[in-house]
Design a protein around this ligand. Sequence first.
Ligand SMILES: [Zn+2]
Ligand SMILES: [Zn+2]
Length: 297
Amino acid sequence: MNYTKLIFLFLLGAFIFISSCSSDDDSCTETTWYEDADGDGLGNPDVSLTACDQPEDYVEDNTDTDDSGSSTSGGSTPLSAFDEFNPDAVTVSYDGDEITIESNGVPNHTSPYWEETNPLYIEPVVAVALTPGRIGGDRSFVLTVSSTPELATTSSATGLGAIGISVTGVPIFNDQEGNNRPIEELIIETFDYAGAHNGPSGYHYHIESSDVPENTTLSFDDEKLIGIMSDGFLIYGRREMDGSYPTDLDESGGHFGVTQHSDGEEFYHYHIINEYYLGTVIALFAVDLQGNPNAIM
Ligand SMILES: [Zn+2]
Ligand SMILES: [Zn+2]
């Protein structure tokens, strides 16, 4: 057999093979698939194709209003979490898909940072030295977030001042003191059992609370809600609701999962990262935010 004949027979075979395949395809059901460029499981109604099998990066859904790939949905924030906030200090209001958390920053637990005449004043049990100033003053923290906050493509560093609002109403600070000075031994000495001290802008939390009898409400090595960060994601204690330590946290201590508030629904939330700072304390949030930060006014 010469070479040309061989090629001809090969092409004929290939043709018969392809024809028989396409006649098989008549039995398949074609479906319309929509492009899911940002990988959130929702498809773009404007970009579609029809095929029997699901093409890569295409989904059956066609309800994505923003398929730009700039962000990913973090799921819905479970609203029952806001029942945990101290009602004497915090007001939560809802407007469409926005949640506004407003606090006067005044906690509902004991501290040596209260004026001695206050019923919640106690002698220091953890603090070795106190920073100047006492709890009180005319303070206000207002944070408005989406009820379905999104994960940004790039994370954001936190700054000085409030980066979140805790369940007691006290603002959450990062691991920096004024002038971007990281928390050091001298500063740790000033924290009360709640992990807070007083600063020029008032009483604020930096670290996880201490396991002392005086501490009856705050999270210590457990699954309790800590508060809400400025990007709208909730932050919980070091453990999951089943008592285990989460093993799939990202660099910010966040992951998708269920909590005691979410009724089985997975959503993105942070945990306090189970790592000691200077060997003795655990920072509440010493990492970047994974969502888009909102101003705490
Ligand atoms: Zn401070
Ligand atoms: Zn979790």
